[in-house]
Design a protein around this ligand. Sequence first.
Ligand code: NDP
Length: 247
Amino acid sequence: MMDNVKDKIIVITGASSGNGEAAARHLAERGAVVVLAARREDRINALRDELIAAGYRAQALPTDVADKVQVRQTVDAVVEEYGRIDVIINNAGVMPLAPLEQLKTDEWDHMIDVNLKGTLYGIAAALPHMQRQKSGHIINVSSVYGHKMGPDATVYCATKFAVRALSEGLRQEVKPYNIRTTIISPGLVATELLDHISDTTIQAQTREFATQVAIPPDSFARMVAFAINEPENVDVNEILFRPTAQP
Ligand code: NDP
């Protein structure tokens, strides 16, 4: 069986929980070097220690993706240590759902800073290295909500539509550099994403639905690994998946 995951140097933002954590475990088990980037240092350190104890290769670099200097420093540190960066998974994200009319402008800013600017900062940090290498893979995490609007999710959807738009533009621009680009658009996955919804009614409603249909983050991990594992001349542009029971 062909293996294009083993020995790859893979930076994963938002690796401290949920989809990012699951992807880190799966990719490490498949022989990649995983670099765990998130703000909760205790969580990424614990995951790094667990993976290393199991015989895998992992490093933890505390990073706030809303800070472009920190993102660049993380990626530069990886290239300094390993000589290259093969994949960056711009996965960090937040989803504080609320109707627009509640005017939670701080939450709007937060979503734009993490989901949109954080993805752009990941691209900005990795792209110069990948252009020089003439190889690389940029994976951006959008959502089913990057394809359709959902209730109380206007700003979240706007960020995820934007992630798809910029990923497609990136795909068209980086062809001369042999860089692959993939959008992963999940549906409802059981993670900590709902924990930060400040409106308690919306949180309870969303949780109830999620309890019924959400799928485990392992699916996300396998989707990411599939895109990476394809041969370098195959660019998996987008993977859209959701629980079978999700409309
Ligand atoms: P989690 O809440 O479990 O994980 C979110 C991750 O993002 C955490 O590791 C968190 O780490 C990180 N993060 C948040 N803010 C920042 C920041 N400023 N800097 C660095 N890292 C940050 O949720 P998911 O695993 O579900 O979310 C991962 C991605 O999947 C998101 O982009 C989300 O939009 C997307 N997605 C999820 C779906 C779902 O149903 N779960 C559906 C569709 C898309 P820390 O707090 O330690 O910084």
